[in-house]
Unconditional design. Structure first.
Lengths: 131, 139
């Protein structure tokens, strides 16, 4: 038994046990995704109808001596996957009330986020190296 | 028991729920924000497929391109395009709310319509450009 009062334990953390961390990270990633999404839309519209070689050339193209497009795509994907995991967690938090199912779904969501990010970064590294 | 609680003699006040409320436009935009977020999560698989196909060579990319240019592919890509436009515009609105702007009913409703119409117009414009052959400028 803990000598800590329940009030002290939850103070500043609230019912989700992690305070405003989740809320804040969701907002920071959202703010970062505003310009990155605009860039992504421009990039993809500019690649409509392109063949494989043209896509590789665009992504690996050197701008300011770095593959800027590949870097922006990588940043977009990592922040997107993080934001996705945070957002999907809210859906589970809201609608799944059994603790076991909740933990399982949260693990699944995070695994999905990591998997998508890992696959995309692996592809990007191959693309940036190949050209 | 004076009366069956399932069959009140006259309509009693009910606790608020989705099926009870008249739908204000702000409720529709809030639910749509969540639905487009879930749709975009599924859409990350398409993004991963695109990059993996590009990294795996011309044959793999041709398979992706054929799928993307099919009718189903176009429908899926339009749904994702609109979802992204919607979630982006609606997300900017949420960030404005978080900073304390736009909380009056008038402003919230006006911004809701702006997000709905703006996202449809933006997605339609992007698709019109792509279908008219104005895309591909990065190729």
């Amino acid at each position: 038994m803990s000598m800590e009062t329940p009030l002290h334990r939850v103070e500043g953390l609230g019912s989700a046990h992690d305070g405003v961390k989740h809320f804040w990270r969701e907002r920071v990633t959202a703010a970062a995704l505003v310009p990155l999404s605009a860039w992504f839309i421009w990039a993809v519209l500019g690649l409509v109808g392109a063949n494989e070689a043209q896509v590789l050339t665009f992504l690996a193209r050197s701008t300011f001596n770095v593959p800027l497009n590949a870097i922006l795509m990588g940043a977009f994907i990592v922040i997107l996957c993080y934001h996705m995991a945070l957002g999907l967690q809210v859906v589970v938090d809201d609608y799944v009330h059994s603790e076991g199912a909740k933990i399982f779904l949260l693990l699944l969501i995070r695994a999905f986020g990591f998997a998508v990010a890992a696959v995309c970064i692996y592809a990007l590294l191959n693309i940036a190296r190949a050209v | 028991m004076a009366e069956n609680p399932q069959r009140p003699q006259r309509a009693r006040p009910l606790s608020p729920h989705l099926t009870i409320y008249r739908w204000p436009v702000t409720m529709a935009t809030s639910i749509t924000h969540r639905m487009t977020g879930i749709a975009l999560s599924a859409g990350t698989i398409v993004l991963a497929w695109w990059l993996i196909a590009a990294a795996s060579g011309p044959e793999s990319y041709a398979v992706f391109a054929t799928a993307a240019q099919s009718i189903i592919g176009k429908v899926v890509l339009f749904a994702l395009t609109w979802s992204l436009c919607y979630h982006l515009l609606s997300g900017i609105r949420h960030l404005a709310w978080d900073l304390g702007y736009g909380f009056t009913v008038r402003k919230a409703e006006a911004m809701s319509w702006l997000v709905i119409l703006g996202s449809v117009a933006l997605a339609a414009a992007l698709f019109a450009l792509a279908l008219a052959g104005k895309g591909g400028f990065n190729a």
